[in-house]
Design a protein around this ligand. Sequence first.
Ligand SMILES: Nc1ncnc2c1ncn2[C@@H]1O[C@H](COP(=O)(O)OP(=O)(O)O)[C@@H](O)[C@H]1O
Ligand SMILES: [Mg+2]
Length: 366
Amino acid sequence: MIIKSIELIDFRNIENEKIEFKEGVNVIYGDNAQGKTNILEGIYLFARGKSFRASKDKELIKFGKNRAYSLLKYENNSGKGSLGVEISLNKPKSFYRNNIKASKTSEIIGEFRGVLFCPSHLGIISDSPSVRRSFLDVAISQLRPIYIKLLSKYNNYITNRNAVLKREDANEDKIRELMDIYSEELSLICAEISVIREEYIKKLDFWVKRFFEEMTDGKEIPEITYDANHSLNENATKEEIRQKYLNLYLENREREIKYGSTLYGIHKDDLKITVNGKEARLYASQGQQRSLALSMKMAEGEISREFTGEYPVFLLDDVLSELDEKRKNYVMSTIDKRQVIITTCEPSVFKSNNESFIKIKEGKRV
Ligand SMILES: Nc1ncnc2c1ncn2[C@@H]1O[C@H](COP(=O)(O)OP(=O)(O)O)[C@@H](O)[C@H]1O
Ligand SMILES: [Mg+2]
């Protein structure tokens, strides 16, 4: 799919700009702190349903204003479309699809599909498990509408269950019954999410092996497997996983009450990533970790294409300057046939004549 344009109004430091993009490589350049990443942030909002760097929506509103807008026009296999968002200081943000208001954020997720690659993503191998779970969640949500609904239901149950676990009377029969209901529901959602994650991770492993091999001339073999909190083997059925969680909740009731928190579930999952059988987090060099991270991003693009029949848009936020010549060339030669939007302070590294250039200064296109 491709983005035709993004229009931003009172969004971060951008007062009112419409930027058009071409197929192929689009380079957004300019000095530091001019608004380059703000543009990617305005685009990627539609892939995640929220900003990739602001913890509160209101941070996106231009200082001194009450509202911010972003409008994305795109074209995919099924035709042209638009996605809009209105962010207000004192009410929840509203998304629009083809000018019709969505009742929930989850309704628009998957409509625009993008792979975002930031310098911080280069640390995904050694970061905490939550970063790897978030990678999975963002990637899978764009492909499977049910997933984001399951996750949000799951998070609600966890919040409610934890509140019950913290109650003084958590051990009393009446309350235990309530907790049993939550445990039943949670086990089922855990099983559904685990099966979807397992399937995605198998595809991830396949593509990462391919990309990593190309990058490193095949001397080292990586492997990514699902380090699932249920710790059953990869062929476990949904029902077996559900039963396992149910048992974990039953057996650990006292401990969970003691900690006042749900100790088992898909919020404890991780990815196990190895190179030649050795855990990458502990033993891979920084260069290998970067190649793995890169491979995971490229794999995300391939899996999206497998699911939807078309490549997502690649958004590279100032990441090429972090890579050495060899990796940079590899990335560019692999993705330059898709739509790519790159931000950089150094436009001179792009030498071919195929790119389109967009210069940004103080929140304006110049
Ligand atoms: N809510 C906001 N209102 C106005 N300006 C903002 C807001 N949030 C961030 N900025 C400004 O945006 C600029 C940073 O933009 P950014 O896109 O991150 O820069 P870069 O071009 O380096 O990628 C800074 O000057 C910052 O002060
Ligand atoms: Mg930036």
